[in-house]
Design a binder for this molecule. Sequence first.
Ligand SMILES: [Zn+2]
Length: 292
Amino acid sequence: MSHGSLQRTLASPAVVAGRGYWSGRKVTVTLRPAPANHGIIFVRTDLPGQPTVALDVHARADIPRRTCLHAGGVRVDMVEHLVAALSGLGIDQCSVELDSQEMPGCDGSSQWFVEAILDVGIVSLDAPRSVGRVDKVIRVGDDHAWLEARPVANDRLCLRYELSFDEAGPIGDQYLEYQHSYDAFRRELAPARTFLLESEAKLLRSQGLGKDVSTSELLVFSAAGPIDNPLRFVDECVRHKMLDLLGDLALAGCDWIGEIVSFRSGHRLNAQLVKALLASDQHRNQQHNACA
Ligand SMILES: [Zn+2]
C-alpha cells in the first residue's frame, strides 16, 4: 500500500447468502462493482425506496459486541467481517446490497466474503486511493483496554494486538504482529473466526440471541477448548481480533499508514481511535484533507 495506489472494486457482482447470528434471519448480500469515489455504500433492497447507509465511523450505532451502522432510521448490522474482507483485499469502492438488516454470520470469519470476491476478481479504477498517515502518537482507552496509533518511517500499516482474555482459561494470552498486505490478509487473518466462551454463549442464548447458531458456525470455548470445532490457527482468537480491528479502521473511509498497537480493544474503542485519527488528520491538514 502506498500513496500511488489506485482505488479498487469488484470485476463483477459477487453473492454471499446466509443467516444473521443475532437475528437468525436469512439474508442475501450482493457486492456490486462501483465507480471511483463512490465509497462503500450499503443498500437495503428489502425496504421501500431502497435506502442507503454509507460506511462511515460517524454512522456507527453504539451497540455492544459488533459494528452496526445507522442513518436516517435505517440500520445495517454486523458489518465488520464484510468490511474487513473489502478493506483487507483493498476494495474501497463497492455497493453492498442486502435484503435484511443483518449481514450473514457465515463461518464467523471473513472467509466466505473473500472467496466470493476472489472468484469474480478485483479491478483497479482510474483514481488514487485516500490515504491517511499517522503523524503523531494518538492513544485512546484506559489501563483495562487501549489502542495507540504511532507514526512509521515506511509506507506500511502494521498492527500489533495483545489479547488477554481469561488468564487461567482456554484462550489465555495471545500476541500477534502483522504487516498488512492484501496477500497477508487473505492468508493470515481472513480465515480467523469469531469466538466466545461457553458461559457467554449461554448468557446470550438465555437473552434469546443467537439461538439458531451452532457451535460449528463460530468458535465456542469450553474449559477444555473449542467445542465441536478444530482451530484453524493456534492463535486464531488474536487473529480474529486483528481482523475486527482492520475492518473497524476502514470506517475512516481511507487506508492508514502507521502502526496500530492494541491491548484488549474491541469495536467501540476501535471506532474511538478512528474518530481521533480523523480529527487529527483534519486539524493538521484543513486545506486538503488527506482522508477526504
Ligand atoms: Zn469479529
